[in-house]
Design a protein around this ligand. Structure first.
Ligand code: SF4
Ligand code: ZN
Length: 759
């Protein structure tokens, strides 16, 4: 860290804190100290401040101690001829800057100037805002801070390494072309990208918008704001990662910073001239262990002790080797990754369009579509089966029937994708596990949209992808490359056949359906009593160190991604991995779901934090949660039942809290009787809170669940001997408070009212 950087950062910090003071003073006069203040949809108040101090900021007046703290961290800039260390003071200045920036953003929310506007801009996918004014269609708002729901929904990808971390880009690239290249390189590696800042009024957000790059949650590229201050949202995100997944509490500042340094792969990329405020913000990021890479000349840089790598790296763009700017942009990204020092596995997939998980969420709209398979107008299925070793020719890709070249734009065609895999360790049980990956794999191609699975697959190819030469055989190329890369441990050979003649599709669809039915029966008939062992899942321990899911045939993992068969397969694929068999051993209480084996395993895997788990109860020793749960169940004593809130439901619930607030209570790897995170499909299991009365306890449920699972819920109601049960369950369209809920279930004569008291 050079004196130059220290001086700039300290000067910048003074300027930002000063601005915060002015703004807060004005707001206190104009709006009053009692004015509520918050970022949207987060349970962590102003997350950076909350993480560092444990102090919730809920009203304008609460910002006064924040200002005092920021001021207390300011030191004078180092005098010209002083050679004593000034690293500590610079880092303090960085912290002061972050406190002040977060405070400024919060005040701007009161004035309606956050999230910022950018005429003509529209966000891809969801945003932080339930307010329809900020909804995704052509409203001109940037994203602002990331909400808890999105943080958690990225959680599983952050945990399993599909998403290595994030890049906070601040400033403006040399050209639009370079801006696009940098973002594409990051997307290709599935690195989340946060955008903020400008140079002389021009931001990388402008550049990407002008080039038609889709920005938003769906593309992993989130525009925070056009000024440097909005970069604070990246550090708020980092703070919440530690709180949400790392099980830390607000106020554990040092732990949170260390967690980020050790576990969160992130860096700051400063594009264009670095001014004092950028230096000050960068100094803040360095406290998290995030290095700063600048594409301009920065004088005199020396590494010191905070990080094992350099804090600030200058890589002047024009001095980067490469035949043109695009190559230089690629090198720059490569350098950032090297500096942060994390190995990223990149699978080369031979297709003529960009490829990476960042493209998974891409939507191909009807007007942009070249051709589609499945959906309303045609049929599409995918079927993966195990074959004998010598029946499979690795890498063989065959398209049987015509490609779409001669078809009119917008055509709907039939297609069947049959994947044959062979491997010494391959088993029949792995078929559905591997087959389900097709969705992710195919979606990774830019300009391809894949929805559904099995015989309800629905694939669209965009005009842009078709123009670049994407054809049907590329589905085979993708599957071949990815199955080898991701499942090399069990798959030695992959062969793909794509059928487009309706007669062939018909014939193979029949075979596929027979297989689907067999698989349904296989897991469908499996009960917890019918097996000797359950499985653990500790995949989320990289974020929630004491959490484990116990996965049984009748209770899947709370993220919904791992059922018992998946875990079994995963164990065989990777015997020392996160899914270990748990021998049930002695049954202690079959009703509540206690076994000697599960208790013992839990004790160890939770690092002695949890001693017993009642697998079938929400009231007594419920299973813990990390942060990835699809749903939260919570007891509503007034109605003598439980409510189930879906992650997709942002409305208020009868508990007086939204999903994101509830999530703060349910997560973190602790047992909290009365509240529990769980997977969607657990709801329809006969073992759903069976110790507490089972499904009949459900008195309220997000309407989206009622809709998505209508068919299955109907069957559950019949199983419970009350065919009208679903109609007796309240939802947010009927009531979002306890009084309304009780009135509704009373009127409907809901069975929970007759059951033994829960409390
Ligand atoms: Fe995480 Fe549980 Fe899902 Fe495993 S099953 S990935 S531990 S939420
Ligand atoms: Zn998790």
């Amino acid at each position: 860290m050079s004196r130059y950087i220290a001086t700039s950062a300290i000067n910048g910090a003074h300027a930002v804190v000063n601005e915060f003071e002015q703004l807060l003073g004005k707001a206190l006069i104009e709006k009053g100290a009692e004015t509520p203040i918050a970022f949207p949809n987060t349970a962590y108040y102003l997350p950076f401040n909350f993480g560092m101090t444990g102090q919730p900021v809920e009203k304008l007046g609460d910002l006064q101690p924040v200002l005092a703290r920021a001021k207390g961290l300011l030191h004078p800039a180092p005098p010209d001829r002083r050679w004593t260390p000034y690293l500590g003071q610079t880092l303090d200045a960085g912290m002061a800057t972050l406190f002040a920036e977060e405070g400024i953003e919060a005040v701007r929310f009161i004035y309606g100037t956050e999230p910022q506007t950018l005429p003509g801009f529209h966000l891809a996918g969801g945003t932080s805002f339930t307010n329809p004014e900020f909804s995704k269609d052509g409203n001109g708002h940037l994203n602002g801070p990331i909400d808890d729901i999105q943080l958690r929904s990225w959680g599983i990808q952050l945990v399993d390494g599909r998403m290595p971390g994030f890049a906070a880009i601040v400033g403006c690239a040399k050209s639009n072309e370079v801006a696009v290249k940098i973002v594409r390189e990051l997307q290709r590696r599935n690195i989340l990208t946060f955008l903020s800042g400008n140079v002389n009024g021009r931001s990388i957000i402008h550049q990407l918008m002008e080039e038609g790059v889709e920005l938003g949650y769906d593309t992993y590229t989130v525009p925070f704001g056009l000024d440097t201050y909005s970069a604070i949202y990246a550090l708020g995100f980092a703070t919440r990662s530690a709180l949400t997944f790392g099980g830390m509490k607000g106020g554990q500042a040092r732990d949170i910073l260390m967690y980020n340094k050790n576990r969160v792969f992130a860096f700051v990329l400063a594009l264009g001239e670095v001014d004092d405020v950028k230096y000050a913000t960068a100094a803040g990021a360095i406290n998290f262990g995030f290095p700063v890479i600048a594409d301009t000349v920065i004088p005199e840089i020396l590494p010191t002790g905070v990080t094992t790598y350099e804090h600030v790296v200058s890589m002047p763009f024009n001095e980067i080797g490469g035949k043109d700017d695009l190559e230089r942009a690629e090198q720059l990204v490569q350098k950032c990754i090297e500096v942060r020092g994390v190995k990223i596995k990149l699978t080369e997939v031979p297709v003529p369009v960009p490829y990476g998980s960042a493209f998974e969420g891409e939507v191909v709209r009807k007007q942009d579509m070249r051709v589609e398979f499945g959906g309303k107008y045609s049929r599409c299925f995918e079927y993966l089966r195990m074959a004998n070793f010598d029946e499979v020719q690795d890498g063989k890709i065959t398209v049987v029937g015509p490609d779409f070249a001669d078809q009119p734009v917008g055509a709907a065609l039939d297609m069947g994708i049959v994947v044959d895999v062979a491997g010494r360790k391959m088993q029949k049980d792995f078929e559905p596990v591997l087959e389900r990956q097709i969705h992710h794999f195919v979606n990774g191609a830019s300009g391809i949209q894949h929805i559904g699975q099995r015989d309800i697959a629905w694939i669209r190819i965009s005009k842009a992808a078709a123009d670049k030469g994407f054809g049907l055989r590329h589905f085979g190329e993708i599957l071949h490359a990815r199955f080898h890369a991701d499942f090399g441990a069990i798959v030695d050979k992959v062969q793909v056949t794509i059928y487009t003649e309706p007669a062939d599709v018909e014939k193979w669809l029949g075979a596929a359906r027979t297989a689907y039915d067999e698989r349904n029966v296989r897991l469908g008939n499996m009960t917890d009593e019918s097996v000797e062992e359950f499985y653990s899942c500790t995949l989320c321990q990289s974020f929630a160190p004491n959490h484990l899911c116990i996965v049984t045939p009748e209770r899947l993992g709370l993220c919904g991604a791992y059922n018992w068969l998946d875990c079994k397969a995963s164990f065989q694929i990777n015997p020392t991995g996160p899914n270990q068999p748990i021998k049930k051993s002695q049954t202690l209480d079959p009703t509540k779901g206690y076994w000697a084996g599960t208790n013992e395993f839990t004790e160890g895997a939770s690092h002695q934090q949890v001693h017993e788990v009642a697998v079938y109860s929400i009231m007594e020793n419920p299973m813990t949660a990390c942060g990835c749960f699809e749903c939260i169940a919570m007891v509503i004593p007034e109605a003598n039942g439980v409510m189930i809130v879906s992650r997709e439901d942002t409305s208020m619930t009868p508990a007086g809290m939204t999903f994101s607030t509830l999530a703060g209570m349910a997560g973190g790897g602790l047992q909290t009787p009365g509240i529990m995170g769980h997977g969607k499909f657990y709801i329809i299991s006969p073992k759903f809170v069976s110790a507490d009365g089972g499904f009949k306890r459900v008195v309220w449920m997000s309407s989206i669940l009622k809709e998505q699972m209508a068919e299955q819920l109907k069957k559950v109601a019949e199983r419970e001997g009350d065919p009208d049960l679903i109609d007796k369950i309240c939802d947010e369209r009927i009531a979002t408070d306890v009084e309304g809920l009780v009135a509704y279930v009373t009127e409907k004569n809901h069975p929970a009212l007759e059951m033994p008291p829960l409390l």
